[in-house]
Design a binder for this molecule. Structure first.
Ligand SMILES: [Zn+2]
Length: 459
């Protein structure tokens, strides 16, 4: 049994059902689980470990619902800088085809380090290329050394160019082999228990890179195994045209016909979704990973976030693959969501209906409770008794927050996104006093840059 006392936070933002913001607040944690959330004066005075958060804002750990960690190796690639999704993918597929197991390892650690320093405690990842002997295990083993919770999605591509798909044939896999490997990683790694650090999801990549049969069989296997389903959907107009031409249906109707609907399904992007489709998603409980930076970067469009919220569709945030963002700053992504929503309600009210603006607190809710709902984690997302002790502390005595301390909660979203000072997962530090606890930052950067150079040059 070990206990942790977190005390004296300027404000503890709970995201509990009452959305309490507690002045001079803190937590009492036992064995990684929150026992009490209260003003410091009401908490026990002693514990095995004490973290004093004077001049800090305390937040629930942020949850990232969509990422491709391996893409940290191909950020800002010149040929893909000013391209829409299909051209961006065509520029990058040949580079990604050179990915090795070591590349997966180093990019996983780099991406997770960047996420951790931005306040993230849980991330989903979507790995859908397995060239040169790469396995999902390479990512899982690398992540275990970092300490963030991981929802590792076993992605797949099976529809190569010769079959009418977008990716080159050399990066797609055989469907029987994909399903066998999905079964293997679920049996080996998936932890359904509360407090799980590792879960598996099944994630055929997109309508233009897998067959309908693989979508259907993935859904069947996921349901038989109790794991969630994830894919990219309705990201671009090009994808919509592809689905109408190839399947005679819009993207959502196409996947619904393959049993992709329900509270165990979450879609990345879900931009080109109309009102009737929104209502169907709400009825079935399918969730959305909203990725505002990626959507702007690739000129994909505006996701109807306010419409989703009004209809009761679960929405979380995703930084998305680092080659389409090109960063992994989750607090920054919440800021982007807040700002982009305001653009949406100004220029396209039919997509993102106003009149109210998405507030800082609502954006923070997307990054915490929203992410937890999308990933099916009722043990995460808020600072409440009985939840996992995943939390983040931001230093408030920084240049970026000067002049905004009349509302530190809003400052965290409105002001320039800062690195987190402390990040704890299940009561254990992953970032302490602004530095990574589990990784050597300088060595990580150096070996990651070396891997990226090799990958881009093709040595
Ligand atoms: Zn993506």
């Amino acid at each position: 049994m070990s206990t942790l006392l977190v005390r004296n936070a300027t404000i503890a933002v709970t995201m509990d059902p009452q959305r309490r913001e507690i002045q001079t607040g803190g937590l009492f944690v036992r064995d990684g689980w929150i026992e009490q959330v209260a003003p410091t004066a009401e908490l026990p005075r002693q514990a095995d470990q004490v973290l004093d958060l004077t001049d800090h804002l305390l937040l629930p750990g942020l949850i990232n619902t969509h990422h491709h960690l391996y893409q940290t190796l191909t950020r800002a690639v010149p040929a893909a800088q000013d391209a829409d999704l299909f051209h961006w993918l065509r520029s990058l597929y040949p580079i990604w085809a050179r990915l090795t197991p070591e590349d997966v390892h180093i990019s996983t650690q780099l991406g997770l380090a960047e996420l951790a320093l931005s306040g993230c405690t849980t991330t989903a990842d979507h790995l859908y290329l397995f060239p040169n002997g790469c396995r999902l295990d390479d990512e899982i083993e690398a992540a275990a050394q970092v300490g963030l919770r991981l929802h590792a999605s076993r992605g797949s591509m099976s529809l190569g160019e010769s079959q009418g798909g977008l990716p080159p044939d050399r990066v797609v896999e055989d469907e029987a082999a994909i399903l066998a490997d999905c079964r293997r990683v679920i049996e080996r790694y998936h932890d359904p228990q509360p407090g799980a650090r590792l879960r598996i999801a099944l994630a055929p990549c997109s309508p233009f890179s897998v067959s309908p049969e693989l979508m259907r069989q993935s859904a069947e296997l996921a349901r038989a195994s109790g794991v969630r389903l994830h894919t990219h959907l309705a990201e671009t107009v090009d994808e919509q045209v592809f689905c109408l031409e190839k399947f005679g249906q819009r993207p959502l109707a196409y996947v619904e016909g393959l049993d992709w609907q329900g509270g165990d399904v979450w879609f990345a992007h879900a931009i080109h979704i109309d009102s009737g489709e929104t209502a169907r998603m709400a009825t079935h409980g399918s969730g959305v990973a909203h990725c505002p930076s990626s959507n702007m970067r690739l000129a994909s469009g505006l996701a109807p976030v306010r419409r989703y919220q009004a209809a009761g569709v679960p929405v979380g945030l995703g930084v998305d693959g680092s080659a389409s963002n090109d960063g992994s700053h989750l607090l920054g992504e919440a800021r982007q969501a807040m700002l982009l929503s305001r653009v949406g309600s100004a220029i396209a009210p039919e997509i993102d209906p106003g009149p109210a603006m998405l507030s800082a607190r609502q954006a923070l809710e997307l990054a915490t409770l929203g992410g937890a709902a999308v990933l099916g984690r009722d043990d995460l997302g808020s600072l409440s008794p009985g939840k996992c002790a995943d939390f983040v502390a931001l230093r408030l005595d920084r240049l970026e927050y000067a002049g905004a301390l009349h509302d530190p909660v809003a400052a965290a979203l409105f002001c320039t996104p800062t690195p987190a000072e402390h990040v704890y997962v299940h009561g254990t530090p992953v970032v302490s006093a602004g530095e990574l606890v589990t990784l050597d930052r300088a060595r990580l950067i150096e070996s990651h840059n070396r891997a990226a150079r090799r990958l881009i040059r093709g040595d």
